[in-house]
Design a protein around this ligand. Structure first.
Ligand code: FSX
Ligand code: SF4
Ligand code: F3S
Length: 313
């Protein structure tokens, strides 16, 4: 009870009302595919955490957009919530340590929490020439991943780069960049998207804490709650795709959502993600709502397979 009280006090000091927090928990619970009876339990994960799993957060070849999307957008206070439920032992972007001190922190965290920590990975891993195309502190990404990932209780790849290689793996890919699973020959949880939707990451972590297990995954390691359907299956512009060959006049209520973007090269029919229902920035908008075709950013090899982006499939 005291824990909960303190939590709501801290939230209100940050200008977040209990109502706003509960709205977030409702959205999160629905996104996770759980019934509304789970909302209080999801709220409790944040408000009265029984355990805070240690996290080691690695960065390899990427733009750090994934961390940015988790820490800065959506609900502006999502970073606070994450720090409530996770014990961040190592995260290059937000930690104060640098250089040798940072390397020491990583080594100690991995030793201390062996078999217990969640390893979050952003970015792809260079595999050619013994991984020479990507190094941190004299060690290749490949060496670091081979050392850290097998010691984790779970590995979560955040973003298309860590999942499938992303832009680093685009042709001609001189460094032999690969996603973590392919580079190590393992099956991590993959949360793709460039950047991924933070709510899918938070949903995966909350699922782990609340139900004591990772969510159900598809054959590419993606949580089914988020990647079970295509963008096209959930797209509000779809009525124009089906009823009429690309409606040319605004005439109905649905038409205010705009025309189907298929002819502008929309990859929604080939892309599995929940952008249409969850949206970005706390439910404000998403690419297709903003008038841009889906580029297939969460699919494997999207830089090669989905390009040229503005040409019809
Ligand atoms: Fe990749 Fe993420 Fe795109 Fe960027 O860490 S998925 S380039 S948004 O930053 O990895
Ligand atoms: Fe499908 Fe894209 Fe058209 Fe939406 S805009 S209906 S996802 S093709
Ligand atoms: Fe990416 Fe398409 Fe969603 S481009 S953000 S998967 S709409």
């Amino acid at each position: 009870m005291k824990k909960e009280k303190d939590f709501y006090k801290r939230l209100s000091e940050k200008g977040i009302s209990r109502r706003e927090f509960m709205t977030f928990c409702t959205v999160l619970t629905a996104t996770m595919g759980l019934s509304s009876s789970f909302v209080p339990k999801v709220a409790e994960v944040f408000a009265a955490p029984r355990q805070r799993p240690p996290v080691v957060w690695l960065h390899f070849a990427e733009c750090t957009g994934c961390t940015e999307s988790v820490l800065r957008t959506m609900y502006p206070w999502i970073d606070e919530l994450l720090l409530e439920i996770l014990s961040m032992e190592y995260h290059e972007t937000i930690m104060a340590a640098a250089g040798h001190q940072a390397e020491k922190t990583l080594k100690e965290a991995v030793q201390k929490y062996k078999g217990k920590f969640i390893c979050v990975v952003e970015g792809a891993i260079a595999t050619k020439y013994n991984g020479a195309y990507g190094k941190i502190g004299g060690r290749t990404f490949l060496e670091i991943a081979k050392d850290v990932c097998p010691k984790a209780a779970a590995v979560i790849c955040l973003g298309t780069c860590a999942c499938f290689g992303g832009i680093q793996a685009a042709k001609p890919n001189p460094g032999g960049y690969k996603g973590v699973g392919e580079a190590l020959g393992t099956k991590p949880v993959n949360i793709p998207g460039c950047p991924p939707n933070p709510i899918n990451f938070v949903g995966t972590v909350v699922n782990y804490i609340l139900l004591g297990k990772l969510p159900a995954l598809d054959e590419l390691g993606r949580p089914l709650f988020a990647y079970g359907k295509t963008i096209h299956d959930q797209c509000p512009r779809r009525s124009h795709f089906e009823n009429d060959e690309f409606v040319t006049e605004f005439g109905s209520v649905e038409a205010t959502m705009g025309y189907c973007l298929y002819k502008m090269g929309c990859r929604g029919p080939e892309t599995y993600n929940n952008c249409a229902t969850v949206k970005f920035h706390g439910g404000t908008s998403w690419p297709i709502q903003a008038g841009h075709p889906c580029m297939g950013c969460s699919e494997p090899d999207f830089w090669d397979k989905m390009t040229p982006f503005y040409e019809e499939l």
